[in-house]
Write a protein that binds this ligand. Structure first.
Ligand code: SIN
Length: 306
């Protein structure tokens, strides 16, 4: 039985990847989660300049639905500083995907060009953050702009480009199609859903930025639906990576059956010991594969469509 998987030409020791935004702002937390057993790690989204993000509180746990709302606002040190962290990850041979963002195409280009000489498994283009005034979902909801940015970056590097899609659209297939036409090597679905929480005692929104993005168990059925739809329409053209609400090994199997070749895990690793969570995920996948006589991850992918 093998846990290996392939995302296009990228070989991973297993399909579990640390999602961007959680435990990904320093090399040490990225290294820790990889050493705990993940197949690869994705950094927090890195932009052209250091950015403090939105006012606190910017993260709020919704324990009753095992979910989190955040309005972090793409806080990050900027690519010229974060390069050093990537270099350390390179030296320690950690398979690293770098999430990048920009407020416009020029900024995307600047960040890509500032990092593309490093040993990076792929760049994940964050075209889907709901917590900014410019960039983010403003780009990821416009198919023309998605195609333009992906094809512009495609000309600059041979490093695989993954496009992280927003669920905050009426037709995700149109955006996915634009990303594929632009030259994307994988689709990642989904980023957080636009959301809000109000404290009934203070009568105020709980987040400093008022609005935020919802992640965690509450969004898993939405992620499954999008991965299923993407696989049905584009599964023969491009690998799909499932993300959203993975808390249990069963959730990973569900994403694979929907059509994912790998999954990204964020919120649950941020609220529990990643070492324990990853061990549980692996045990559950192994048990399921044994019970259902699967010898490889590839055999599970897309199973719900057969
Ligand atoms: C944030 O930094 O606001 C979250 C990132 C994202 O949702 O893409």
């Amino acid at each position: 039985m093998s846990f290996d998987t392939e995302v296009g030409d990228i070989q991973l020791r297993n399909p579990l990847i640390l999602a961007s935004g959680v435990l990904g702002t320093t090399y040490s937390t990225l290294q820790r989660t990889y050493e705990a057993g993940l197949g690869a790690v994705i950094t927090k989204s890195i932009g052209p300049r250091s950015r403090i993000g939105n006012p606190n509180p910017s993260v709020f746990a919704l324990q009753e639905i095992r979910s989190v709302i955040n309005s972090v606002g793409l806080a990050n040190p900027g690519y010229s500083i974060f390069r050093e962290d990537i270099q350390i990850l390179n030296e320690n041979k950690i398979p690293t995907i770098v999430s990048i963002f920009g407020e416009n195409k020029e900024e995307f280009l600047e960040v890509l060009n500032g990092l593309k000489d490093l040993s990076v498994l792929a760049f994940e283009l964050n075209l889907s953050c709901p917590n900014t005034e410019k960039g983010g979902t403003q780009i990821g909801t416009d198919p023309e702009l998605v195609k333009e940015i992906v094809s512009m970056l495609r000309k600059e590097t041979e490093i695989p480009l993954w496009v992280k899609l927003t669920p905050n659209v009426s037709n995700i297939l149109e955006i996915a199609d634009a990303a594929i036409k632009g030259g994307s090597d994988a689709l990642v679905a989904i980023n957080t859903l636009k959301a809000m929480v109000i404290d009934i005692q203070t009568k105020m929104p709980v987040l400093g930025f008022k609005r935020g993005g919802l992640s965690g168990a509450a969004i898993k059925p939405i992620g499954i639906r999008y991965v299923y739809d993407l696989y049905e329409n584009f599964g023969d053209k491009i690998p799909i990576i499932g993300v959203g609400g993975i808390y249990r090994g069963e959730d990973i199997i569900e994403y694979l059956l929907a059509g994912a070749t790998a999954v990204e895990i964020g919120t649950s690793l941020g609220v529990a010991y990643p070492e324990n969570m990853i061990r549980f995920f692996q045990m559950k996948i192994k048990k399921y594969m044994k019970e259902h006589q699967f010898n490889s991850i590839k055999e599970i992918t897309g199973g719900a469509h057969r």
